[in-house]
Design a protein around this ligand. Structure first.
Ligand code: SAM
Ligand code: SF4
Length: 351
């Protein structure tokens, strides 16, 4: 966890931080104090760590970084209070995160990479490719900053913002363990969902981690043929292998799966596809989340009509599949994931 030869201490597990303190000639209990300042009190500056001697704070400033994202912009939905944050990173990159209020608590959707290299056809996050992976501390700090800015506790986290989490695997795992750790925000692993476009080795590895998180698979089509037209990753991993990996995840963890299915008019939304989808996942005990595709100006995909969406849902339901239509949160604030960042970058280029 070295950045510019400085240690990214917010990405360290407690025993690693203790070792880091020992190397600097400090007592191990200092690590506990610092860990608490970072992960419970959510401070953004070493000078706020008031129970540390000034000399240690200076030493930390010289040799360590304390990741703290800077809010660049926030859009608040007049419809449902959803907030979309644009955060600046230390290297000048920007990322977006979303805060949503549900009756069961507050949920944050975080980005796992700056951009994405997976190239899904309807997704704004991938239009400029992948810039870089986010560090564990940059993933955590999206939640920490939002909790501080809203003043409200976050109880659910979904890794469904820009980026493919399995393409940043080690940082993702560290992030999940720090976020759910007893000495951090202590968010239950059952309230953490990781969404993937279907990277088979990543899913299999995740099933061995002894984690209780929910796995969401971006399925989007019941056949390789249609899936390939929407998601280039389908050329690498066949559906039968992706679903077999999902089955392994379910068997190893006991966690029910979520299948995301973005409905695109005339592409994947007819009843023939609903039938094929039912056959494909029937014995996987999963839950289908239908997402009316959110059109982006760079592509010409169109959202399915209300009736087609309802018919699709009813077909699945009648055939024993647990299904919901995703409520469109923050419809009025540049909806699709990656779009706020994209319009910010385009504006910067023009300016
Ligand atoms: C942005 S991705 C991030 C997580 C991961 N990379 C994945 O693909 O599952 C989260 C979900 O949003 C969906 N998505 C992306 N762009 C969308 C759009 N314009 N309309 C509807 N859903 C979209 C993706 O297909 C995926 O199911
Ligand atoms: S849908 Fe997910 S994997 Fe596909 S380009 Fe967007 S962020 Fe990447």
């Amino acid at each position: 966890m070295e950045m510019d030869n400085k240690t990214d201490i917010k990405s360290l597990y407690l025993p690693e931080l203790e070792e880091c303190m020992r190397q600097r000639g400090e007592k191990a209990f200092r690590a506990k104090q610092i860990f608490q300042w970072m992960h419970e009190k959510l401070v953004t500056d070493f000078d706020e760590m008031t129970n540390l001697p000034a000399s240690l704070r200076e030493k930390l400033k010289e040799t360590c970084t304390l990741t703290a994202l800077t809010p660049v912009d926030v859009k608040v939905s007049a419809i449902d209070g959803t907030r979309k944050y644009l955060f600046g990173l230390a290297d000048g990159n920007v990322i977006e995160s979303v805060w949503m209020k549900y009756h069961h608590g507050n949920s944050v959707c975080i980005s796992s990479q700056v951009g994405c290299r997976m190239g899904c056809r309807f997704c704004a996050s991938t239009l400029d490719g992948l810039e870089r992976n986010l560090t564990p501390s940059e993933m955590l700090d999206q939640i920490y900053r939002i909790q501080t800015l809203t003043g409200e506790r976050v109880s659910n986290v979904v890794v469904m913002g820009s980026g493919e989490p399995m393409d940043n695997y080690d940082n993702l795992i560290r992030f999940v363990r720090l976020l759910s750790g007893e000495k951090g925000l202590n968010i239950s692993q059952r309230n953490i969902t990781v969404s993937t476009c279907g990277i088979v080795p990543g899913i299999l590895k995740l099933s061995e981690e002894d984690l209780q998180i929910t796995l969401a698979l971006s399925l989007h089509a019941p056949s390789d043929e249609v899936r390939k037209t929407l998601m280039p990753i389908a050329n690498r991993y066949a559906l039968k292998d992706v679903l077999s990996a999902c089955r392994t995840y379910f068997e190893k963890t006991g966690r029910r799966l979520t299948f995301e299915y973005s409905l695109v008019r005339g592409v994947n939304d007819n009843l023939e596809e609903a039938r094929a989808l039912t056959a494909l996942i029937k014995d996987l005990h999963g839950h289908v989340n239908l997402i009316p595709v959110n059109p982006i100006k760079e592509r010409d995909y169109v959202q399915s009509g209300r009736k087609a969406i309802e018919d699709f849902k009813n077909y699945l339901e009648k055939n024993g599949i647990n299904v919901t239509i995703r409520r469109e949160m923050g419809r009025d604030i540049n909806g699709a994931c990656g779009q706020l960042r994209k319009s910010y970058l385009d504006h910067e280029k023009e300016g």
